[in-house]
Every structure is written in C-alpha cells, then in structure tokens.
Ligand binder design. Structure first.
Ligand code: MSP
Length: 533
C-alpha cells in the first residue's frame, strides 16, 4: 500500500511550537519523540525529510509570565526557549531546524500571510465583545461556557474566561464552512485518529463564527502590517502568528526553495487540545491565501502521572531530563511509543517503565542479540561463521524478518507506533523460539556445521531487528548493528532482505545493549557467598 506521502518522496514533519511561559515536561517530550520516530522512519525509508520544532513566544500568557517574574518578555523567551532547545538534544531529536516566533524570518512570513488574506478580502475590522481564556489563548462562544465548582466562568477546557471588548481585525472564517467540509470529505486521511476527524467534522458542520485575529490591549506580538509600515495599535492574535511558523521555516513568502520542495507534504503532530486550531483555522487561513492545506494532522492523547492529572499545583510534573537520566534515553523513547496506542490517553507510571525495560528490551530483544553474539564470541573466537544449507525453519525466520517492513510501514503511515512495534516484536519472539528449539549450544558437539547455520540465521535476524528499531531506539539499535559489523551506509530499509546479508568474518566484542533496570538501592546488593549462613 502506498502511504499518503509516497508519491513525492518528501516529508515535512512538525512539532507544535511550545509556549515558553513554562518549563518543558514529559508531555512536550512525547510529541517531539513521536515526530522524531516518524522523521527517522521516513529517512530510512528513502524520503527527503525536514523535521521542525520550535517555541511559541508571543501572546498574553507569555507576557503575563514575564511580568510575574519581573523580567522583559524577550528575556523570558530567550531563557525558556533555550530549555526547549536543550531538551531536543536530551531526547535525541534529529530536527533539521528550530524556529522561534520572535525571529525576523517569522515576522516577515506572518505579515506576508496577513497581507495576502487582506488582499483576498478575508480580513475586516469590527468591534468585538466576547470571551477570552488566556490559559488556552482562545476565544470561546457564549454557548461553550459553564461555571466551575467555584462559580468561575470557564471555557470547555476548564480555563477561566474574561470578557474582552476591543476593535479587532476579523478573519471571515464563516465563509469557509463548505470548503472545509468538502476538503474533509475528499481527504479522509487529513486527521488521525478517526475519532478526532469526526469531532472536527461535527464542529465545522455546527457552523463557524468569524475569528478575531488581532489584539489591542497588550503589545507582545507580531505587529499587524498597515498600509504605511506596522499598525501602531494592533498585534496579531497569537494563534495566527503561531500556526504560520510552519511556513516561516520554509522561507515563505519565498515560494521557491524549501517551500516548493516540502509544502504541502507536511504532517503536523499535535496534542488533542489544539486540534481545532490545526484542523479548522489553519486550513482555512491557507485556503484564504490560495495556499494548499497540510496533508495530515495527527492528534495524540494526554498523559496522566501515576493516575493523576499532571499539574504544578499537585507537584507531579514529570521532567523528561530526570526520566532520561534515571532510565536511559532509548528506554524512555521506547516506553512512550510502546505503552499506549498513539492517539489514546495514557498513564505515566514508573513501575510500567521498569516492566517494559526488563520484560521487553532486556529479556526479549537484548537477550536475543546477546545470546547469539555472546556465543560466537565465546565459542567461535568472535568469528561470524558461514552458514550451510538453510532448513525450512531457517528460511521461515529469515523471511519473517525481511517481510515485516510491510506491516510496519503500514502502521507507521497511520502513526500506529505501538502496532509497528507489535509487528517487530512478532519477529523478536519468533527468533527467541527459534533459538530455544535449535539450541545451538547443544549442537556444538553433535553438529557444528548446523550450529554455524543457526548462529548465522540468528545474527541475520538481529541485523534486521537493528535496522527496524533505529527510529525508536537509535543509539541501542546502532550499537546492535555495530556489533554485527554492519557498515554505516548499509542500515536503511533498502538494506533489509537477504541480498544484503552479513558477511562471515570477525566481529567486534559484544557488550549487552539493553541492561536490566535495577532500582537504586537494589543495584549492587551483594549475593551471599555460597554456603554462607
Ligand atoms: N503553543 C501552542 C502550540 C502552537 S502550534 C502552532 C501550545 N503549546 S504548549 O506548550 O502548551 O503545548 C504543546 C504540546 O504539548 C501540545 O500538543 C499539548 O497537547 C502537549 N501536551 C501538554 N501536556 C501534555 C500531556 N500531559 N500529555 C501529552 N501531551 C501534552 O499548545
């Protein structure tokens, strides 16, 4: 099956740009890791990939945080944007660019888009009285509001709203209802998972109000362009500013270069809370500017922590830096991608992390690699032996390892990370069963030629697993491939299959790739000497 991006072979993937009013937490790391896995997968599959992340630095929320801390908004942005940029290194993100909305290239793009919307007749100045939630940086309709337990008026997310009355520029969103519905009808893969598609569809079907896209009561934002330079009164609403980042990073309004190469072969990865902005407002802005809407938006779920909502007031905000230091980078990446079907909510429980590390990475995948390579190092002087004729069992396992890319690719095209891992794991488990049945250690004396073939088949299966696991656990997977002596240039999906099989000969000394997680305190507990009372 050809995935939605297969025709052009370019793939542009973006994280949401993160608000700098706060420190990065595990939810932010999650979105970025998912994008990184996708980006690495597509690169290995022969695509020309551009992977973008960045920070969302304007708006009332950031301005307020700076005020509370007694510093200028720019100072706050510089300090906190760095935390997000540093996190990318910590979580192994292979992004090609990092955009900050306070950069000049972004201002240029925002103002160009605005002028295009205006020239096309979709912006008008109106008096506005309505409800705004600073926490969500969103306007809500009267009908969406409720009172919370404390009697405070809140929006659908529970964020308190305030009454605003301003003269604002409006985007004529109401004119796009039919075009959006038609676009969804003809692009059923535009939004994943399906449940979110339906949610967006019924929201738009319910009717669209025009959208206020400028603010006048504070000044921390991109100035609205006027006929003679910047409009002194209005700044852009933070979401029109923020969404444009995806095009600023392609050099828009220059429509040659990266823009021509990557737009609209783009996938925006977002959390479920910001789907309306990406699936309704963003395609409407683009249509209004005569630009193509993105190919796909995927909305993932939210993590709770040990069963509770993550919040500063509960003091349970998980810092991804701590988790990586405690469990290891590949281990955290694996856990986040494996634990819950992408799109669903999930619970971040440390016992579950340890379970996945020990049960799956150490006992199943790590053990498979170690059994084969350790045996070769100990008994064959570290030389990968030449295989003899293959039996039906050998061929079956080799074929399963080579063919699994089909179902894995199909799952990844729908961002089914857990399903892709399930498919890979079917080979890990089959390989462990194969080793138990073939018992190479027993063949050492009885049939060394057969032992050589079994060890070779094991190593060749591990080579496939190493190649396939690179997007998820890049460091460990490459360590597995190093230990098999696979050249750096022979690790893409084009190198799966027997045509690129391992060459017999000396291998580097193996070391375990996936250590067991042992909680601190139990780490070095010495075993009592034999016979000790
Ligand atoms: N600045 C906007 C995005 C603009 S994109 C043009 C924003 N920023 S954010 O920092 O608040 O959130 C960034 C992402 O983190 C969102 O996709 C959000 O869903 C995600 N998460 C925040 N908390 C989360 C969890 N507890 N669990 C999973 N993801 C979470 O929104």
């Amino acid at each position: 099956m050809l995935g939605p991006f297969a025709v052009s072979k370019t793939f542009y993937i973006t994280t949401p740009i993160y608000y700098v009013n706060d420190k990065p937490h595990i939810g932010h790391a999650y979105t970025t890791i998912a994008c990184d896995v996708m980006a690495r997968f597509k690169r290995l599959d022969g695509f020309d990939v551009k992977f973008l992340s960045g920070t969302d630095e304007h708006g009332q929320k950031v301005a307020k945080a700076a005020k509370d801390q007694g510093i200028s908004p720019q100072e706050l942005c510089d300090r906190n944007s760095k935390n997000f940029r540093d996190l990318l290194g910590v979580i192994g993100a292979s992004n090609d660019d990092f955009i900050r909305t306070t950069e000049e290239r972004h201002k240029v793009a925002c103002q160009a888009l605005w002028k295009q919307l205006e020239a096309n007749g979709f912006i008008e100045l109106k008096k506005y009285a309505g409800w705004y939630a600073v926490r969500d940086e969103a306007f809500y309709d009267e009908g969406e509001l409720t009172k919370n337990a404390d009697g405070v008026l809140v929006g659908p997310t529970g964020a308190p709203v305030e009454r605003v009355e301003e003269e604002n520029y409006f985007f004529k969103l109401s004119a796009f209802q039919d075009r959006l519905l038609k676009f969804y009808d003809t692009n059923p893969d535009f939004i994943g998972p399906k449940s979110r598609f339906n949610e967006v569809y019924s929201f738009v079907k319910g009717g669209l109000n025009d959208l206020s896209i400028s603010r006048t009561t504070f000044s921390w934002g991109v100035p609205v362009p006027g006929p003679k330079g910047d409009d002194p009164k209005h700044i852009m609403y933070v979401w029109i500013d923020a969404l444009t980042n995806y095009m600023s990073a392609l050099g828009y309004p220059n429509t040659s270069g990266d823009y021509a190469k990557y737009w609209p072969n783009v996938m925006h990865m977002v959390g479920k809370d910001i789907i309306r902005f990406h699936c309704v407002y963003w395609p409407a802005f683009l249509m209004a500017a005569n630009l193509a809407p993105p190919q796909r938006v995927f909305a993932h779920g939210w993590w709770t922590v040990e069963g509770q909502k993550m919040s500063k007031s509960l003091g349970n905000v998980v810092d991804p830096n701590d988790m990586v230091a405690k469990y290891g980078l590949d281990q955290i990446r694996y856990f986040l991608m494996r634990e819950i079907p992408f799109g669903n909510d999930g619970d971040f429980a440390e016992a579950a992390i340890a379970g996945r590390i020990n049960g799956e990475l150490a006992n199943e995948l790590g053990n498979l690699a170690q059994r084969g390579l350790g045996f070769i190092a100990k008994n064959l002087g570290g030389e990968l032996p030449s295989p003899g004729a293959f039996t039906a069992e050998d061929t079956e396992l080799l074929k399963a390892a080579a063919d699994i890319i089909g179902p894995v690719r199909e799952a990844m095209d729908k961002q089914g990370f857990d399903k892709a891992l399930d498919a890979i794991w079917s080979v890990v488990r089959a390989a462990n069963v194969y080793v138990d049945r073939q018992a190479p250690w027993a063949l050492k004396k009885t049939d060394p030629a057969r032992m050589n073939t079994v060890l070779y088949v094991m190593a060749e299966t591990v080579r496939h697993l190493g190649i396939l696991m690179q997007p998820f656990v890049p460091t460990s997977a490459n360590k597995m491939l190093d230990q098999l002596g696979v050249p750096a240039g022979e690790r893409t999906f084009a190198h799966l299959g027997y045509a690129h099989a391992l060459k017999p000969g000396p291998l580097p000394a193996p070391t375990p790739v996936f250590p067991r997680y042992v909680p601190a305190g139990e780490a070095q507990a010495p075993k009592p000497p034999k016979g000790a009372k």
